[in-house]
Write a protein of this length. Structure first.
Length: 172
């Protein structure tokens, strides 16, 4: 059963630890990085912060120096313009020392995330193209598996659809 963190109810403007499930990372793609005026409730004033916005439908991240250094290290460039389109993997770190106390916070894994392959099933938007390409000999099952997860059941369904496709072409 999924639980709701109390901070989700306050709908803050920026991404925080509340947005991640414990022990589940979040992979996001950088859309832009810029400096913005952000309200700091503990100081009751606005301050300039580096903010990362993402292509995915998630709130932006206020990126501290530690997280910015990690992006620089994994992508080999200190220039924020070069970060556009790059993926980062966020996780909850439990033992962050900040402002005289130990707390939790969002950190970026020190690696380039490996994109998970989508599963190719009959309901996938690319199914029809896969059937056509296999039937016409421009794609193989091996090629498909380079880009998608194709389990044995879906493979059999694909081959059945390829056979149906070929029969329909013969009947034209």
């Amino acid at each position: 059963m999924s639980k709701t963190h109390w901070k989700k109810l306050t709908n803050p403007d920026y991404l925080g630890t509340y947005a991640l499930e414990p022990d589940k990372d979040l992979i996001v793609t950088i859309k832009e990085v810029d400096v913005e005026q952000v309200f700091n409730p503990s100081k009751n004033e606005k301050e300039s912060c580096t903010v990362i916005r993402f292509k995915e439908d998630v709130k932006p991240l206020i990126a501290n120096a530690t997280n910015q250094k990690i992006i620089q290290k994994i992508y080999g460039t200190p220039y924020i313009e070069d970060w556009k389109g790059k993926q980062i993997q966020l996780y909850i770190k439990d033992d962050i020392k900040a402002f005289g106390e130990v707390t939790t916070g969002l950190r970026i894994r020190r690696l380039v995330p490996q994109k998970k392959k989508e599963e190719l099933t009959p309901s996938h938007k690319k199914w029809g193209a896969a059937v056509k390409n296999v039937a016409e000999g421009t794609t193989t099952i091996k090629d498909i598996r380079k880009h998608y997860v194709l389990d044995e059941e879906s493979k059999e369904l694909l081959m059945d659809d390829v056979e149906d496709y070929n029969q329909s072409k013969e009947n034209e």
